[in-house]
Design a protein around this ligand. Structure first.
Ligand code: PEP
Length: 249
């Protein structure tokens, strides 16, 4: 059985004090890990304190990015080796904002995915989709091509640590979620692509999240879809009460 994941992505928001206070506020109110995985992504300078605050609770902490070398002369980058050493569990890779604003391409994301896995991290690989609301052949090619490159060279045994996020770009931060059928459509396409790239067992076990304007008004119907195993939540993860409501919904 695939345990659902609710992952918050704070992006470049909050101060250190607010981040730690948030963790302290929610950590004793989370469901057990057998029922739900709860993950929070934050800026790199908050991560060590958040890991410390979350210790002993079901909450896992996620970096919003990392580089593909473990150490060296890469000013301003975040080492996957250091993240793992710090107790960070997940790393978000290929978020549509990284692709659009920072011009990250699939080859770079693929290197980061391999580096994250090599260092024991659990990458949440985002597959954005900009094709609009219809299922078109173009959309199929877009999603399939992204995955073919992003997951190139990943060992089948490592796929147990990979999660995929399906995020239509037009739905991120817009207040307009994909309708549940469109969201299921994208996640189903991803699961089929994973089956073609790896095998049916890996495709059956991998968790695929939908992201894009998830809120308390749409999470239940999204989560009922067969291929949606959880949600990646930006705006509505910033407030502890609203995040808890989403986690427990
Ligand atoms: C995101 O940042 O991945 C996201 C889905 O944001 P929002 O929930 O605000 O649309």
């Amino acid at each position: 059985m695939r345990v659902p994941i609710i992952a918050g992505n704070w992006k470049m928001n909050k101060t250190l004090g607010q981040a730690v206070e948030f963790v302290n506020q929610i950590k004793d109110q989370l469901p057990p890990t057998t029922e739900r995985s709860v993950v929070l992504a934050a800026q790199p300078m908050f991560l060590a304190d958040m890991v410390r605050a979350a210790k002993g609770s079901p909450l896992k902490i996620m970096a919003e990015n990392c580089y593909y070398h473990d150490f060296g002369a890469y000013t301003g980058e975040t080492s996957p080796l250091a993240l793992d050493d710090m107790g960070v569990h997940h790393v978000l890779l290929g978020h549509s904002e990284r692709r659009r604003i920072f011009k990250e391409d699939d080859d770079l994301i693929n290197k980061k995915v391999l580096a994250a896995l090599r260092n024991g991290l659990h990458p949440l690989v985002c597959c954005d989709e900009t094709m609009g609301r219809q299922v078109t052949r173009h959309k199929v090619h877009w999603v399939v091509n992204r995955l073919l490159v992003d997951l190139r060279g990943v060992k089948p045994a490592d796929m147990a640590r990979v999660t995929i996020g399906y995020e239509p770009s037009w739905a991120i931060g817009s207040g307009h979620s994909a309708d549940p059928f469109q969201a299921e459509d994208g996640c189903y396409l991803i699961r089929n692509t994973i089956a073609d790239m790896f095998d049916d067992e890996i495709a059956k076990n991998i968790r695929i999240l939908y992201g894009g304007s998830v809120s308390i008004d749409n999470i239940k119907v999204l989560m009922k879809k067969r291929d949606i195993d959880g949600c990646l939540i930006g705006g509505h993860s910033l407030d502890p009460d609203s995040f808890l409501e989403l986690v427990n919904s």
